[in-house]
Design a protein around this ligand. Structure first.
Ligand code: NAP
Ligand code: MG
Length: 493
């Protein structure tokens, strides 16, 4: 799209939106507090951002409630909401380079990926949900007699959304597109590491015609702004993507406040099963993509490769070759294969896992931290082999470019190893044997099982987890279920 020099020039010319967006305008936080958002690839401060707290969440929820109650959005016909959201999709497309840069600068991902995948993806998801919303019919129940029982989907009211930093624009979009299409008002809290694209998105939404108060963005920290949203008595539904530990907190917040609905997408430790009859080169290419794309900061990353023992050595060699090709570099440089970790502290965490891995398994390649352009938040793509079932690198979500390869002898053993985790977000399996593919995909505990690919995902298919990877589904028509209630109106005549 652009050269390294062109991306740098564009980055230098960016203007950052750095206030809260409440009731249709940018406002400072009530306390006046601010926090710095840092480019992890250079360790430079990008801007300081309003640090929203409980009072700002209150103001945003009140604005969202007023907007919902007077019907300025909730009362529009689905086809009218569709038109506005299609305009938003078009505006996102017009601003792809800017939105891509905001995410890249804020959290270290490759700008070429953000410009090819994240930002166009956001436009696509808004468009898909917009196009769907005026094609859903409600029901008349088959009661018989002199009865007319209508079963309709109605919006819930005020939705709180708390999202992570790994795909800032897209995770916000996955929540906002179906929530807004169904007629809700939303208060969004982006991650403290990556608030910039959400604030720009709010401005584009206003330009597209989303009425004041319908979409509010309150940047800030999880412990105050996030918690205030989770505990707010006037929020009807809280949707979250992030860690399992914080997901559990949101269930507690709901239980200790107004019993709001809570829907969680909380990461994983996804297995990738490789059988000897698979296309091993393609399996290795996709496995490398699955664990090194976005620096491994992907909830569905296939971080555990389970290989049949007869092909273990050759798969380990293949993965070492692919890892060597995935060298991190300046995220604005189109020749870089990986960017920087989201921040220094997360890079420290990943390095601690790697240090532990050195005691638990054989380090095949990588394992070092890299300093570049004044930042040491870069980590080499890393492969371990031979870890036991209780190793931390096998059990914990590292959220970095760290792959663990283990071997199995039988299908039975492969399935047992794959399912031996508290998580259940995604799984992959590689085989040309159709019966084995169908049999094993039924037995793997995961919201999505990809066969002969990894991380299969589209607007048309539901995405979400089992076990402690959460519940509820993003994307597809099923995503509307989270943002609407079924209402029965029974007329006897
Ligand atoms: P996190 O702590 O779960 O953060 C996700 C969101 O929750 C952020 O907006 C965060 O705000 C907010 N939050 C944090 N603590 C909160 C609290 N006590 N109450 C209410 N909201 C709170 O995730 P993280 O710290 O960014 O990353 C830690 C680990 O989570 C990663 O290593 C990874 O394992 C997992 N993770 C999973 C996903 C996924 O896609 N499923 C994405 C990111 C991270 P702040 O920004 O202020 O913390
Ligand atoms: Mg940042």
């Amino acid at each position: 799209m652009f050269t390294h020099a062109e991306w740098k020039t564009r980055a230098a010319g960016l203007r950052f939106r750095n206030q809260c967006f409440i009731d249709g305008r940018f406002v400072p936080s009530a306390s006046g507090a601010r926090f710095e958002t840092v480019n992890p690839a250079t360790a430079e401060v990008l801007t300081d951002v309003a640090r929203g707290g409980a009072e700002d969440i209150d103001r945003a929820v009140a604005a969202a409630r007023r907007a919902f109650a007077d019907g300025r959005w909730s009362g529009k016909a689905p086809a009218e909401r569709k038109e506005v959201l299609l305009r938003l999709a078009a505006l996102i497309r017009e601003n792809v380079p800017e939105l891509a840069l905001l995410d890249s600068l804020d959290m270290g991902k490759l700008v070429k990926d953000a410009a090819a995948i994240d930002a166009p993806g956001s436009a696509h998801f808004f468009q898909w949900h917009a196009e769907a919303i005026d094609k859903l019919y409600d029901e008349i129940a088959p009661t018989g007699g002199r009865n007319l029982a209508m079963v309709r989907r109605v919006p819930l009211g005020v939705v709180g959304a708390v999202v992570p930093w790994n795909f800032p624009l897209d995770m916000a979009t996955w929540k906002l597109a179906p929530a807004l299409a169904t007629g809700n008002s939303v208060v969004l809290k982006p991650a403290e590491q990556s608030p910039l694209s959400a604030l720009r998105l709010a401005e584009l939404a206003a330009e597209a015609g989303i009425p004041d108060g319908v979409l509010n963005v309150v940047p800030g920290f999880g412990e105050d702004a996030g918690q205030a949203l989770g505990r707010h008595p006037d929020v009807d539904c809280l949707v979250f993507t992030g860690s399992t530990a914080v997901g559990k907190l949101f269930m507690r917040y709901a239980g200790e406040s107004n019993m709001k609905q809570v829907w969680l997408e909380t990461g994983g430790k996804s297995p990738n099963l490789i059988f000897p009859d698979a296309d091993l080169d393609r399996a290795a290419d996709m496995a490398a993509f699955g664990i090194f794309f976005n620096q491994g900061e992907v909830c569905s990353a296939n971080s555990r490769m389970l290989v049949h023992e007869s092909i273990a050595d050759e798969m380990i060699d293949r993965m070492a070759t692919r890892a060597a090709q995935a060298r991190p570099g300046d995220p604005l440089d189109p020749s870089s294969a990986m960017g920087s970790m989201v921040d220094r502290s997360h890079a420290d965490t990943v390095m601690r896992f790697i240090a532990q891995g050195r005691n638990e398994a054989r380090l095949v390649c990588g394992g070092e931290r890299i300093s570049l352009n004044g930042s040491d938040a870069f980590i080499q793509p890393t492969v371990f082999a031979g870890a036991g079932p209780d190793a931390r690198i096998v059990r914990d979500e590292i959220f970095g470019p760290v792959l663990s390869i283990q071997t199995f002898r039988t299908e039975e053993e492969a399935v047992a190893m794959a399912n031996d985790t508290v998580y259940g977000l995604a799984a992959s399996l590689w085989t040309r044997d159709l019966s084995r593919a169908l049999d094993l995909s039924a037995r793997l505990h995961a919201g999505t099982v990809s066969v002969n690919t990894v991380d299969a995902l589209s607007a048309m298919t539901p995405f979400g987890g089992m076990k402690q990877s959460g519940f509820g589904r993003d994307l597809s028509l099923h995503s509307f279920d989270k943002y609407s209630a079924l209402k029965t109106t029974w007329i006897s005549y």
